[in-house]
Design a protein around this ligand. Structure first.
Ligand SMILES: O=C[C@H](O)[C@H](O)[C@H](O)COP(=O)(O)O
Length: 234
């Protein structure tokens, strides 16, 4: 992900990612997020690794693992490193104030949530277009579900008021997550109470995890046209 092709949003994503990567210090255990913003962060960590920075990392997707490996970054697992010092990841929407998130448009939400939950600090990197008053305004809530019985799970999600679409890949085949599951994108529109919705979604049998990240964010680094901003939950 080295080309920004003059895209102003890509430029902002890269600025936020580089700022977050500067928080990584020698000896840390680092969570490597997924998606285009995280790819800039891994690229920057690869650059610093080549300069001599030494840390180890747990990736949140096969794609991020592959990118990190290409830079020679040392990857470890929870078997030897159950506690992560700093997890850096992107998001699809960030709710102003609470800093609750929607994640998973890239399909990595389940591993991303496991890594975030095991981290002392969870730093989110976004460009300014991702900040919203209420989650769900622009994007659906991705929900990872078991393939067995998914039609029944989808009906229960619809009963909560969502328009549900089955995620497909670029070739039009059913999207398969790194964990071998499928994703149902749940369009709720603007979500008034993301905490309550998260609870209801997780109570449905067949739901493995949801893209609502509630109360997990330590800090959001927002790249805006007038500079970088650091937000903390209020
Ligand atoms: O599954 C994907 C992840 O949650 C990403 O962090 C999220 O979709 C943001 O991606 P991007 O940085 O490409 O906008």
């Amino acid at each position: 992900m080295s080309s920004q092709s003059g895209d102003p949003r890509a430029k902002l994503k890269r600025q936020a990612a580089i700022e977050a990567a500067s928080m990584v210090r020698d000896g840390m255990v680092v969570g490597l997020g997924s998606g285009s913003t995280s790819a800039y962060m891994i690229e920057e960590l690869g650059r610093r690794w080549a300069e001599g920075l030494r840390f180890c990392a747990i990736p949140t997707s096969e794609h991020s693992a592959e990118q990190a490996r290409a830079h020679g970054i040392k990857l470890v697992t929870f078997a030897t490193h159950p506690q992560i010092d700093l997890d850096i990841d992107g998001a699809d929407e960030v709710e102003l104030g609470t800093l609750n998130l929607i994640k998973g448009l890239g399909g990595a939400l389940f591993r991303e949530k496991i890594v975030a939950a095991a981290s002392r600090r969870f730093v989110v990197v976004v460009d300014e277009s991702k900040i919203v008053e209420h989650l769900g305004h622009h994007v659906p809530v991705p929900v990872e579900v078991t393939t067995f019985g998914w039609e029944s799970t989808a009906r229960q999600l619809e009963a909560l008021g969502a328009r549900v679409t089955q995620r497909l890949d670029r070739s039009g085949n059913v999207f398969v997550t790194d964990g071998g599951n499928m994703i149902l994108d749940c369009h709720f529109g603007s979500i008034a109470d993301s905490v309550a919705l998260s609870r209801r979604l997780r109570a449905i049998v067949g739901v493995i995890e949801t893209g609502l990240f509630i109360g997990r964010t330590s800090e959001v680094i927002v790249a805006a046209h007038d500079g970088l901003k650091h937000l903390e939950p209020s």
